[in-house]
Write a protein of this length. Sequence first.
Length: 68
Amino acid sequence: MLELDLLLNHFLQHGYAELDGDARRAFERLLGMPDQILQDWLIGQAVPADAELSALIARIRAAIRTAP
């Protein structure tokens, strides 16, 4: 999905560098999720049950809200 690509690319440019090793591995796991699930998480219609992914989604959403 183009929308997901745009959101995730924005995070790669404006937030990924701040992640530690565990969060970067969680980001890799996140990329393996189906597009529809990722979309639901990123727009706030659902929350991951996995605490690590949930924290990462929160960081991505915060980076999107503060986009330049």
